[in-house]
Design a protein around this ligand. Structure first.
Ligand SMILES: [Zn+2]
Length: 107
């Protein structure tokens, strides 16, 4: 169920209620969720996802290349993973980020 904050007493109330059950104030139905969704706009999701994957690629590369020696990982990673997969993931996420930026620029 959607929860939202009462503007008068600050308590969390059910989203479908028009009146706060705690302070009995009328709470207007404000479409806050719709507003925040449009303000983030198209492409924002792609950029965020792209940056996340880039970070992930960096983490994979960091561990696989053996920079984190004190933190030994239980599985041995094939060199192919480091040589191909990590840069591939990095480039893919870079593309996704750029795609998101283009979408944002268009809108
Ligand atoms: Zn209230």
């Amino acid at each position: 169920m959607q929860m939202r904050q009462c503007a008068f007493c600050g308590k969390m109330i059910a989203g479908h209620l028009n009146q706060c059950p705690f302070c009995r104030e009328m709470v207007p139905q404000v479409p806050q969720l719709r507003l925040s969704r449009t303000s983030s706009g198209a492409g924002g999701g792609q950029i965020r996802r792209g940056l996340l994957y880039m970070l992930l690629a960096g983490v994979i590369y960091y561990f696989a290349a053996g920079y984190a020696k004190p933190l030994e990982i239980p599985i041995t990673i094939q060199p192919a993973v480091v040589n191909y997969l990590a840069p591939l993931l990095f480039l893919g996420s870079l593309g996704l980020t750029l795609y998101g930026l283009i979408l944002k620029a268009k809108s």
